[in-house]
Ligand binder design. Structure first.
Ligand code: UP6
Length: 275
């Protein structure tokens, strides 16, 4: 599927969140997602307003906002309409089905009510999907499984990744793809088993940076070209590489977002041979 255009792939998807994401990418000519990992609502909304024109998706960690209230969500939704981007709360659920269903729908954040996409660690097994889908599927939400992580020494390798892909294949109505570093088409197939031609999982990839190779806490970065062209991933997720250390530098942040967007789209165009 990675050699087909985002537009073509949107036509074959069944999940509304997957369709929305692919159509947004095509419309905005952007495969850039910005991860806005700041702790103050004021900075959070300001950064989103600045990078909004350049992104297909905004990724949040809503639980790190120290002055959170549901007003933030209304403003996030307004910005999502203003700039035409999809919302992905990076919650990384990892508990039993009953608990994740409650964490997803309830509590302070009520994630299922506003986030088009969320994600889960496959570690509990298929029950994590069952739990989350009970709250998310009726609302047209989509789920990503963390098949691989970007960090040094991650345990998400080999059989773990294969099992994650098998879990996703069994729930293609709700699981729209993976947080991963590579494509997953051939992964987890039994010997002699052929890949289903219609299977098309989206690969969203964090650990992207142009300047640094990593940070002091185990993060590892690859470039947009490595991620989109060489590894065939669909969306590149960039955090500190774009919002940097000073949220008031809005011109710099906008310029960085534009640069990443252009590099990501050029890598995609080389991949699918854009006309
Ligand atoms: N993230 C990773 N690696 C993973 C999964 N998720 O970095 O394997 C998330 C982090 C952070 C963002 O939680 O929000 O992606 C990366 O931020 P950065 O670009 O500032 O390193």
């Amino acid at each position: 599927p990675h050699q087909r255009t985002y537009k073509e792939r949107a036509l074959k998807q069944v999940n509304p969140a997957a369709i929305l994401l692919l159509e947004t990418m095509e419309r905005k000519k952007s495969n850039l997602a910005v991860s806005v990992d700041v702790t103050k609502t004021k900075d959070f909304l300001a950064i989103i307003d600045v990078v909004g024109p350049f992104v297909c998706l905004i990724k949040t960690h809503i639980d790190i906002l120290e002055d959170f209230d549901l007003n933030v969500i209304h403003q996030l939704q307004d910005l999502s309409k203003k700039h035409d981007f999809v919302i992905f709360e990076d919650r990384k659920f990892a508990d039993i089905g009953n608990t994740v269903a409650l964490q997803y729908s309830s509590g302070v954040h009520k994630i299922a009510s506003w986030s088009h996409i969320t994600n889960a660690h496959p570690v509990p097994g298929p029950s994590v999907i069952t739990g989350l889908s009970s709250a998310g599927l009726p609302l047209g939400r989509g789920l990503l499984l963390l098949a691989e992580m970007s960090t040094k020494g991650t345990l998400t390798t080999g059989v773990y990744t294969e099992e994650a892909v098998r879990m996703a294949r069994a729930r293609r109505d709700f699981v729209i793809g993976f947080i991963a570093q590579h494509r997953m088409e051939g992964v987890g197939l039994a010997p002699g088993e052929k890949a289903d031609e219609d299977e098309d999982f989206l690969i969203l990839t964090p650990g992207v940076g142009l300047e640094a190779k990593g940070d002091s806490m185990g993060q590892q970065y690859r470039t947009p070209k490595e991620v989109i062209l060489d590894s065939g991933c669909d969306v590149m997720i960039v955090g500190r590489g774009i919002y940097g250390t000073d949220p008031s530098l809005t011109d710099t942040i906008a310029a960085r977002a534009k640069k990443y967007m252009e590099e990501g789209w050029e890598a995609y165009c080389q991949r699918v041979l854009c006309p």
